[in-house]
Structure formats: structure tokens, C-alpha cells
Write a protein that binds this ligand. Structure first.
Ligand code: SAM
Length: 336
């Protein structure tokens, strides 16, 4: 089998990085890109079995992230829950440097906008080439660093390959559908997800029309790139995978989660019982599970009423909840 088509180290793979210079000023990005890509880096989060050369079970979820700034992912994906999920073999993340999929002398990934205007737009070809090359190969495949730029697998810009229909190709964009806990739950049911990180003034429209199958925004504000949104999505989705969190149910008891029926979680306390003169509510120390559960529910209702009354309209509320809310001055706009 062609070496390039074999799955590589399934830990968080940093495809050849090279400097990933900004070009929002329209400066050529090429001058600082080295001729030969540096060696691929695996993070410390590499699963033990892979370090020892054993074959891995497929992870529950594999992310392929396409970016011009692979180095940005190094810290966030090497700590805490994301690190442990990789070590447990539940999660695998392939980071693919879009620039590695350029073949021109200067490895250009952006160009000036048609019609004029400021800033630069990400060119379609490197993105299409990177995504189509990776997604037509098994999860875990990354371009060997030594193949970057010069020994890329063949690709015909005019012949779109058939991409797996069960892998969403998500373009990160402030124009996309809003990322919510419900969207995180939806994504957690896939086995492989591709995330495309834009930069500069955004990506050529044909990435949206001819490659992406979904567009997601993490909020109504504009960031400099899709890398932070990609990290947000990986984090929110990963903690929903069975086995990732120590306490199985805890992700479902968070604010916005199904176990909370669409409510915000109420106040939480730990030791000491009194801190700066404020005591933990007596009921939480009573050991009476039924009363604690009702108190928590009421606190969740009050907190949601106080901070996000909009959520109450869609929350799953019992008759007892409705009575409690009515005592506090809230009634649903439509009868229930
Ligand atoms: N000109 C674009 C527009 O008005 O829609 C914004 C481009 S933004 C400066 C550069 C890149 O950052 C985008 O292509 C996208 O990948 C990412 N980005 C910025 N804000 C985002 C958000 N709220 N959600 C998801 N991605 C975002």
C-alpha cells in the first residue's frame, strides 16, 4: 500500500506547520514559508498504545481540522478532558495545514477580492485539495510532513471525488447557524467531522457552495479566524461522548442540557460550609435527597427566570414548575 494512504499516528497530529503568517495587510505570505516542511509533531497526548506501536481501536469520534495555523491547537488539545479523551482512545484529532496543499513556489493561500475592497480572501484550491485529499482517506490519515508541497497525492481540480456522505464538512463562519448545546448533541452522534477554519476576510464563496455541507457560527461576533470556534466545537462535543467525563451523567446536568430540561443550572457549593460569612444553604447539608432535588430544581427555575427568561418558553416544565414560576410572577406566553 502507498505509504501516504496509510493511517498515521492517530494522536493529535500537527501537519507540517511552517510559519503561518497573517496576510491581512495583503503582504505576500510566501517569503517566510520554508522550502521543506518541518517534521510533523505529535503532542504529549499521544495514546500510550500508539507510542508502543500497537494498533488502535477506531476512536468514537474523529475530527479533521483544516487550518492555516496548526500551532494554535497545541495547548488546548493537550490538556485536561480533551487530552484524556485522546488517551482513552475515544477521540482523535487530525490537524491539517491547508498551506501544505499548495504547489506554487510561494505557497499562496489567499488573494485579493474580486471587485476590490480591503483584505484578502482564502483561495479555494488549497482548501478543496486538503479536504478532498484527507476525506477520501481513512480517519487518522495525515499528510506525511516530508510530502508537503512537493509530493502531494494526485488531485484534479475539475474532478470532484465522492466524499463520504456521513461526514459533515463544517465551515466556521459568523454567518452560520448558531452553535448551541443542541447542535453539540447533534454533532456528537457522528463518527467523523471536518472543520474548515477561515482567516483574513473569509473564504472564497465556492468553499461554501461546493464543499461545505454545514456552516456554524459560535456567536454574533467576528473573530480573526475559525481556529477558536473549532476548539469550542471540539470541546463541547467531546464532553458529550460516552466515557469522556468521569461522572457519566454530569454533561447532561449542565445548563442547556437535556437533563436540565432547557434550564440553567442553579448555584453549586463545595467546602467550606461558611466562607467570607456566607453559609452553604442548610438544605444542601441536610442529606435529604428529595428535598435537595426539589431545591435544585427551584433554584434552576429562578436562575433561568432571572437571567434567561426566553429559555423558559421552550423549557420542559412540570405542573409543579409552572405553579412555582407563577408564584414568582412568570406565566408562559402560550397555554401549556
Ligand atoms: N468577512 C467575514 C464575514 O463578514 O462574514 C468574516 C471573516 S472573519 C474575520 C475570518 C474567519 O474567522 C471566518 O472566515 C471564520 O472562519 C472565522 N470566524 C470569525 N468569527 C466567527 C464566528 N463567530 N463563528 C465561527 N467562525 C468565525
Amino acid at each position: 500500500m502507498d505509504r501516504r494512504h496509510q493511517p498515521q499516528n492517530p494522536s493529535l497530529n500537527l501537519a507540517p506547520e511552517g510559519p503561518s503568517p497573517e496576510s491581512e495587510q495583503g503582504q505576500p505570505v510566501s517569503a517566510r514559508v520554508p522550502e521543506d516542511a518541518p517534521a510533523q509533531t505529535s503532542l504529549d497526548a499521544a495514546p500510550k498504545s500508539m507510542e508502543e506501536g500497537h494498533r488502535e481501536e477506531p476512536p468514537r469520534l474523529h475530527f479533521d481540522i483544516f487550518t492555516l495555523f496548526p500551532g494554535m491547537f497545541q495547548g488546548p488539545f493537550s490538556e485536561s478532558i480533551i487530552k484524556r479523551a485522546q488517551e482513552k482512545g475515544l477521540l482523535r484529532i487530525g490537524i491539517h495545514n491547508i498551506r501544505a496543499y499548495t504547489t506554487d513556489k510561494h505557497h499562496i493561500c489567499d488573494d485579493t477580492p474580486y471587485g476590490g475592497g480591503g483584505g484578502m480572501i482564502m483561495k479555494p484550491e488549497p482548501i478543496f485539495r486538503a479536504v478532498e485529499t484527507v476525506l477520501t482517506r481513512p480517519p487518522g490519515w495525515v499528510l506525511p510532513p516530508e510530502d508537503a508541497f512537493h509530493h502531494l497525492p494526485p488531485w484534479d481540480p475539475e474532478q470532484p471525488p465522492t466524499l463520504p456522505s456521513d461526514v459533515p464538512i463544517i465551515l466556521l463562519t459568523p454567518q452560520g447557524r448558531l452553535f448551541t448545546q443542541a447542535v453539540a448533541e447533534e454533532l456528537s452522534r457522528y463518527h467523523r467531522i471536518a472543520l474548515i477554519c477561515g482567516r483574513y476576510e473569509g473564504v472564497d464563496e465556492r468553499v461554501r457552495t461546493r464543499l461545505a455541507t454545514d456552516e456554524i457560527s459560535i456567536g454574533d461576533y467576528v473573530l480573526s479566524g475559525g481556529e477558536l470556534p473549532a476548539m469550542v466545537i471540539v470541546d463541547a462535543v467531546t464532553r458529550l461522548l460516552p466515557g469522556v467525563l468521569g461522572y457519566e451523567l454530569s454533561a447532561h446536568q449542565d445548563s442547556h442540557s437535556p437533563g436540565m430540561d432547557g434550564l440553567l443550572e442553579g448555584p453549586q457549593y463545595t467546602r467550606p460550609a461558611v466562607f467570607r460569612g456566607e453559609a452553604v444553604p442548610e438544605i444542601l447539608r441536610s442529606g435529604h435527597h428529595g428535598k435537595v432535588a426539589r431545591w435544585r430544581r427551584e433554584q434552576a427555575l429562578l436562575r433561568t427566570l432571572e437571567r434567561r427568561p426566553d429559555l423558559l418558553e421552550k423549557a420542559r416544565l412540570t405542573q409543579e414548575d409552572l405553579r412555582f414560576l407563577a408564584e414568582h410572577g412568570w406565566r408562559p406566553s402560550r397555554p401549556r
